[in-house]
Write a protein that binds this ligand. Structure first.
Ligand code: FES
Length: 280
């Protein structure tokens, strides 16, 4: 059993929990995720790791309720338990494998959309701890949906934008990136985009035009999280990849986003799920 030590609401519809999971915390690296189960019969829910503390043995998760299970999960309080908390799963971010001195020469920009700020945070924090300050563009629909602003400010150069202009500036993350590169003379060697698939698709279209290599973190439907069920299948550079074991990070310029979004939609209905099963 894994105890919830702290549970908070970060915005209208985004929740954060610190969970006691020492073995997971000890092995975590930025870019990875966990799968949790609330009780024996509960659904397996893949969740982004937002932070971890190996000394305290805690892992911080951030999520946005999207169905019955995550809505039920948002009602859990400090002192409640998860039946299962499996991880860290997936491959750590490529950044963690690079030579630090080489990495210091790179100019890196992150583009986060909505709850995608949560998986961006451990990456910019990790870079900051290694003496690298990246730029990060965080976009939210409205001011109320912006999360982790203060924490992000401590570890990167933060640019905030809101779709409706209710805070800082009006526009999408892609508008800010275009502005930084084309009007403010910024140059980048790498872009990391994390957020809704449609947002990552448009970031990739822009970075292709701007000639900036781009990594995205894919968030397809996952079931087992171990490469067995095929639910998280994606096409990347014409090859079949499983987000749970080969990713979740991929070369964004090679990902077939249209197919990935179609599969995500199909999983929303019983009929679509049955159809996908036949195609596996
Ligand atoms: Fe089953 Fe990835 S979640 S193969």
């Amino acid at each position: 059993m894994y105890k919830i030590l702290n549970a908070e609401k970060l915005s209208a519809n985004v929740f954060l929990m610190d969970v006691e999971a020492p073995r997971v915390a000890k092995h975590c690296l930025p870019g990875q995720f966990v799968i949790v189960k609330m009780d024996e019969v509960g659904e397996r829910i893949p969740l982004t790791i937002c932070d971890y503390d190996a000394e305290k043995g805690t892992v911080t998760i951030v999520f946005q309720p999207a169905g019955a299970s995550t809505t039920k999960m948002s009602e859990l309080k400090a002192g409640d338990y998860f039946e299962d908390f499996v991880g860290p799963l997936g491959q750590p971010s490529e950044l963690c494998h690079e030579d630090i001195e080489e990495l210091k020469k790179k100019r890196i920009v992150f583009v986060a959309g909505g709850v995608g700020t949560a998986p961006v945070y451990p990456q910019v924090k990790w870079l900051h701890e290694h003496g690298i300050t990246a730029d990060a563009i965080v976009g939210a629909k409205t001011k109320d949906l912006l999360i982790l602003e203060d924490k992000m400010k401590e570890v990167c150069n933060l640019y905030v934008t809101t779709d409706d202009g209710s805070y800082v500036r009006k526009g999408m993350g892609t508008d800010v990136l275009r502005d930084l590169v084309q009007n403010q003379g910024k140059e980048y060697d790498l872009c990391v985009a994390i957020g809704p698939m449609i947002m990552m698709k448009f970031v990739c279209l822009l970075t292709k035009e701007l000639n900036i290599p781009t990594v995205v973190s894919m968030n397809p439907i996952m079931v087992d999280g171990t490469g067995m069920c095929g639910a998280c299948r994606l096409m990347v550079g014409g090859e079949v990849k499983f987000a749970c074991v080969d990713g979740p990070e991929f070369d964004g310029h090679k990902v077939d986003f249209d197919l990935a979004m179609k599969r995500q939609q199909m999983y929303k209905t019983e009929e679509g799920r049955a159809l996908l099963k036949l195609q596996e």
